[in-house]
Write a protein of this length. Structure first.
Ligand code: CA
Length: 237
């Protein structure tokens, strides 16, 4: 029998916590919950869940501290639950190592999709480290990492070095949001200016090359104030 995936929900608002655990239990996930950061950390270290859903605003501690403490010893997927107005907190959480975020109020479908993506991604990191550099493909866009080749509907797209670096990083993390500053770090190095303008300019050029209608992108989406998210690879199981 397949073992159920276990999800820890750290959320002090009881109604939200109940909604999440009921939803996940109905989908055959095993859930545990904590209403404080202290309890959450205790369960996290003792039960080692497969994924954590973490509210950033907890009564006893900042969710950001939980991410930082957890990242010292574990790479398990962490999805942050945040309010619509907490743009800066979301970015800080992602930069501290959270895998994704979901904004309150959210629906069942969105929650489940985020969880599936985060779990697939953590599995993919393991298979990739076994030297599996499988090409990315979605909706006619392909990125072949070995050949450094990008195509749309079979036609080669000529990207500059920087544009390719941006596209390949988003493709390797497809389905997940990547913050502006982590993209800048990866592409220009950790000592680069945290200047989003050059990134925006490159993204505009990338979209002109990839998208049929750059104003309504289907491959790379902007998450305003946060970063970019590439449509998920169709071949990920
Ligand atoms: Ca809260």
């Amino acid at each position: 029998m397949l073992q159920k995936l276990s999800i820890l929900v750290i959320e002090d608002e009881k109604s939200i916590c109940d909604f999440i655990t009921k939803t996940l239990n109905a989908q055959n996930y095993k859930t545990t919950s904590a209403h404080t950061g202290k309890d959450g950390l205790a369960i996290l270290t003792s039960a080692l869940p497969d994924l954590v859903l973490l509210d950033l605003g907890l009564p006893d501690m900042d969710g950001l501290d939980i991410i930082q403490q957890t990242r010292r010893w574990s790479s398990l997927p962490i999805i942050v639950i945040s309010a619509r107005t907490q743009e800066r907190e979301k970015v800080a959480a992602l930069d501290a190592g959270a895998d994704d975020y979901i904004t309150k109020p959210f629906g069942t479908d969105e929650l489940l999709a985020r969880i599936r993506t985060a779990i697939r991604h953590s599995n993919k990191i393991m298979t990739d480290s076994m030297n599996n550099n499988r090409p990315y493909s979605a909706k006619g866009l392909t990125v072949d990492f070995d050949k450094r080749l990008v195509t749309v509907d079979g036609n080669e797209i000529h990207l500059t070095r920087v544009e390719y670096k941006i596209v390949s990083m988003l493709a390797k993390n497809s389905g997940k949001v990547i913050t502006y500053s982590s993209l800048i770090d990866q592409v220009w190095g950790p000592y680069a200016d945290d200047n989003n303008r050059i990134l925006r300019v490159n993204m505009a050029n990338i979209r002109r090359k990839l998208e049929k209608n750059p104003g309504e992108p289907v491959y790379i989406f902007t998450e305003l104030g946060i970063g970019y998210r590439m449509i998920e690879d169709e071949n990920i199981e």
